[in-house]
Design a protein around this ligand. Sequence first.
Ligand code: UD1
Length: 343
Amino acid sequence: MRVLITGGAGYIGSHTLIELLAVGCEVLVLDDLSNSSTVALNQVKLIAERDFEFIKGDTRDANLLVEIFSRFKPEIVLHLAGFKSVAESVDNPLSYYGNNVSGSVQLLEVMSKHKCTKIVFSSSATVYGAAKYLPYDEDHPTNPINPYGRTKIMIESIISDWCKANVNNSAIALRYFNPVGAHSSSLIGENPCGTPNNLMPLIVQVAAGEKDKLKVFGKNYNTRDGTGARDYIHVLDLASAHLSAIGYLKNNVGFSVFNVGTGRAITILELIEVFELVSGTKIEYEFVAERHGDLAIAVSDPKKAEKFLRWKAKYTVEDMCRDTWNWQINKPKIIKGLVSTAP
Ligand code: UD1
């Protein structure tokens, strides 16, 4: 199968790319490298022991898309390209609507013209907003509270309408919960450009001595220990969900959404404890005020994906912390190009 993956050099994209290559797909990666680099792509080639085409470019570039679709003729698109910082989206909403929403519309237009009828879209659990009930199932009302989240729900609606307009079109939106972890080879993992905002990269910075203390946002939430609880999911589980989605689209039309989570929430202090155990490090932290817009608990109901995609998360929190830490140890050498193998 010929697969176009947008955002294929990114954190989730590069892990998904390995899965695609492992099952024999012919792959073309389109990525503007705005939050990634070709280092990850070279590492993927080593892990997969296979080659693929890479084009640096933007999904808003119609001419480029036409060239790709005319020549490569993808049978399916995995659309992962997009900006993903909540804070940035509040400061600069138009760049988020422009890149995420307009880029998706452009992509769907070119897909339609070239009779490419299948797309898997990388959405986010952030589309749910404040919980009316937990765990979130896919019927939970959507009410994102920031521009980033709104771009995700807008794109879902656009793709849904695209499917309604042509009975041959089929699409899946995967609503990711909190991706963490790295490839078990330690050859690729998360490598955020600039200052990270998400919890796991910050824990890693403290463990590595790059940061003195973690700021824990709030200690009076209604959770087991008062700190926020999330459904962390190993990036390799997330990657395999894309393969399951492709399998589903081979036999089903229309638009479907699926949660991609474990169905289990753990608190910040619980995550710190596991991280300390598997890494043998000490994570210093201090409690600070709650972060505006944060939820006490976000946890998925993963049953729909289990039933229809036949997909289930298999990695534990220990796996997530261990793989994150091993990648952190190996990362500096890989970035500097000193090694291309695991420690
Ligand atoms: C955040 C985004 C969400 C996005 C997701 C992607 C916000 C408000 N939400 O979700 O839209 O889809 O990342 O992975 O930014 N925490 C600390 N100290 C820190 C950082 C985080 O205590 O320095 C806490 C948070 O309060 C939260 C937990 O750690 O309880 C996880 O935070 P984070 O990794 O930012 O993920 P989300 O808030 O779930």
